[in-house]
Design a protein around this ligand. Sequence first.
Ligand code: PGA
Length: 251
Amino acid sequence: MKKLMAANWKMNKTLAEAGATATDLAARVEQRLAADREVLIIPPFTALAAVAKAVSGAAGFFVGAQDFYPKDKGAFTGEIAPAQILDCGAVYALTGHSERRHVLGETDAFVGQKTAYGLGSGLKVILCVGERIEERRAGKVEEVLTRQLLAGLADVPRDQDPENLVVAYEPVWAIGTGEVAGPAEIVEAHALVRSRLGRKFGANGGKIRILYGGSVKPENCAEIMSLDNVDGVLVGGASLSAESFSAIVTA
Ligand code: PGA
């Protein structure tokens, strides 16, 4: 199982900036990428094709989308279908990112619909889960993660290829705040996710990668990567510069 080092650029970068950052990143990382690591760049839709082209020759590099709509085509103004993402040369997509849940109002059920649809359409899907600070303070971490995983995976078949499904644990209070979850909090949450995956997928649950996300930086990445059940990271702010993300990828 290769570790996945993912850069979520969110709503940042023009076409020229995205292409330049991807090219710079590939040049910095290519010769130094550990054999057991993969790099994933998740730019805005507008830059998917350009980034895919920029990293097409870089071994171990992949491109993904931040979102998609769970239909193959039709009258869904403003939306993007899985086939259009694949058409750009991207193979991954996120579902359930906390900003989509809490800023754009996506429900657990809709996230589940997207996750199953994306996998069924040939995308590799990264299902994001995570509790808000008030839920953590109220002792509800297990309850929230269980609810989000049950709904998020409800329509995913039990014989799902574990290579194509990834779960990202991103505590909402650690995203973009500079406040990284502590090792004990990460280990506890990832163990919970792992056990839930085992219940649903049996032995294959052990082969599904679990990423940590939330204020990952070059300085804290190596420690986070060394923790049990951490199979990679999902990075926002610190992934925007090639210098900082290359340091994370090679940490
Ligand atoms: P951050 O974002 O690294 O800026 O905290 C992580 C994410 O939202 O995926």
